[in-house]
Design a binder for this molecule. Structure first.
Ligand SMILES: [Zn+2]
Length: 468
């Protein structure tokens, strides 16, 4: 036996994936990642996802260490297998370094590593700028040196919205796991993503200068946000699991005033490879209650309403009625269809997503304006597999959940381009993001010209129920 009994439970959603298995999980537990960021907020998601997935040694280098004690206790609270410590320099024999932050910070931090005589090891760098970020993996020293030249110190570092570092952190943790396991495609080129415009572009290694020019280009549109709208907003998150955790954390951090959390499950050990809202000490506690504890810690001003019940045809209208927007963060097909119908009838924007193994999807449904879930998936028994059967790598719902949070933010403040009439497809092994245009289906049984669905259905009867 490679893993201990309690480790088998904890990592089952990852070890069930053939590319990982118990041998891969053991390798992760023996791996060591050096994390470098300006402050705790910036490396929080990165560290939590590395810990959740079972990277055994995490060494944090921070310019400002305020709040580190909380990050430390949250990380080991999530996974007691993980050793996490603070380092003033990197003597930890790390296998991988991750640098995350503004261009100016990253440039200085990489230089500091070199100046102290540290030898090159594979490094992942993500630089954020407002709603944009770039991410690149370096497996040789020369390409790292060349990239540093493109981080122009003359350019102003703009304030980045809070979930940019979360999104970059989750993506960096994913790339770190792939490097540790020599799995999938490492990103030779550069990924540039813009959550305001929902644009993702992969640049080849000879196009990096061009990419960085675009990265630094000022985007006036995203400067004019109305932050006041966030504190008045009421968002309902259905599911406090793999997707619900990052969405709730990001929206609480961004300052959304009221969050409703619906979940009828209790916290289990097998949740903790990805459900970063929860903790070992809260195994057995209803997830909605556990979520409330974490969210109130992040933002003491927030109001968290909990619903420890299974969403059904009978209660859905009462629960969603007082909310401005609904996030579908569920793990079963019948609740997706139910939410799609209910949000259509009650005219509530719905941010929908799904994840499996290394992949994820997300879309934003604005009733009576754009497509709906049934327009894309008209067959309620289209055979979607569950994470319990197929497995899930912990960072994947993190990445997709932060996309959902960004979508919610834009819908609330009425800015940017959302995934309305679009679907985002993420392939984690290839690190590819595709945004595909979709159209409202005129034959859709819910939102089409001649609808057949005119009231809430009981999808537990029509859908094959997945064991979750
Ligand atoms: Zn439709």
């Amino acid at each position: 036996m490679i893993l201990l009994k309690e480790q088998i439970d904890r990592y089952v959603r990852q070890t069930i994936i053939p590319e990982i298995g118990e041998a891969g999980q053991k390798k992760l537990l023996e791996s060591s990642v050096f994390v470098c960021g300006e402050n705790v907020r910036e490396i929080s998601a990165l560290t939590m996802y590395l810990a959740a997935m079972g990277i055994g040694n995490i060494c944090c280098s921070l310019k400002d260490i305020r709040g580190y004690d909380d990050l430390f206790s949250n990380s080991i609270g999530l996974n007691s297998d993980v050793k996490i410590r603070l380092a003033h320099d990197d003597r930890s024999e790390a296998h991988i370094r991750v640098f995350l932050g503004t261009g100016t910070f990253v440039k200085k931090a990489v230089k500091a590593c070199r100046d102290t005589g540290l030898k090159f090891i594979p490094s992942i760098i993500s630089v954020t700028n407002q709603w944009r970020a770039v991410l690149k993996t370096f497996t040789d020293c020369r390409s790292l040196t060349n990239f540093m030249e493109t981080l122009n110190s003359d350019k102003k570092d703009n304030f980045s919205v809070s979930f940019m570092s979360d999104m970059s952190g989750a993506l960096c943790s994913m790339e770190a796991v792939k490097l540790c396991l020599n799995m999938g495609k490492t990103n030779d080129g550069l990924l540039l993503y813009d959550l305001f415009n929902m644009e993702f572009a992969a640049y080849e290694s000879n196009e990096i200068e061009k990419a960085m020019e675009y990265f630094y280009r000022a985007d006036e549109k995203s400067d004019n946000e109305t932050f006041g709208k966030l504190s008045e907003a009421k968002v309902l998150i259905v599911g406090a699991g793999g997707l619900g955790s990052p969405v709730a954390l990001a929206l609480a951090t961004a300052g959304v005033g009221t969050l409703g959390v619906v979940d009828s499950d209790c916290v289990k050990a097998s949740n903790l490879n990805r459900q970063v809202l929860h903790a070992i000490s809260r195994i057995g506690m209803p997830k909605a209650e556990s979520a409330k504890i974490s969210l109130e810690k992040i933002n003491p001003q927030i109001t968290v309403n909990t619903y420890g019940e299974y969403l059904s045809r009978e209660n859905v209208a009462d629960i969603i009625e007082t909310y401005d927007l609904v996030i579908s963060a569920v793990d079963n097909i019948q609740t997706r269809y139910l939410l799609n119908d209910a949000c259509y009838f009650m005219n509530k924007p719905l941010i929908e997503a799904g994840v499996l193994r290394f992949d994820g999807t997300a879309t934003t449904i604005i009733p009576h304006e754009g497509h709906c879930y049934q327009c894309i998936y008209p067959n309620v028994n289209s055979g979607v597999m569950s994470c319990a059967k197929a497995g899930i790598l912990g960072a994947v719902p993190g990445i997709i959940g932060f996309v959902q949070a960004a979508e919610a933010y834009k819908v609330i403040v009425g800015a940017g381009t959302t995934l309305k009439n679009k679907i985002l497809l993420y392939d984690g092994l290839e690190m590819e993001f595709d945004v595909i245009n979709i159209e409202k289906n005129p034959e859709c049984p819910l939102c089409g010209k001649n609808p057949t669905i005119k009231e809430l259905q009981d999808y537990t009867v029509t859908c094959e129920i997945d064991e979750v």
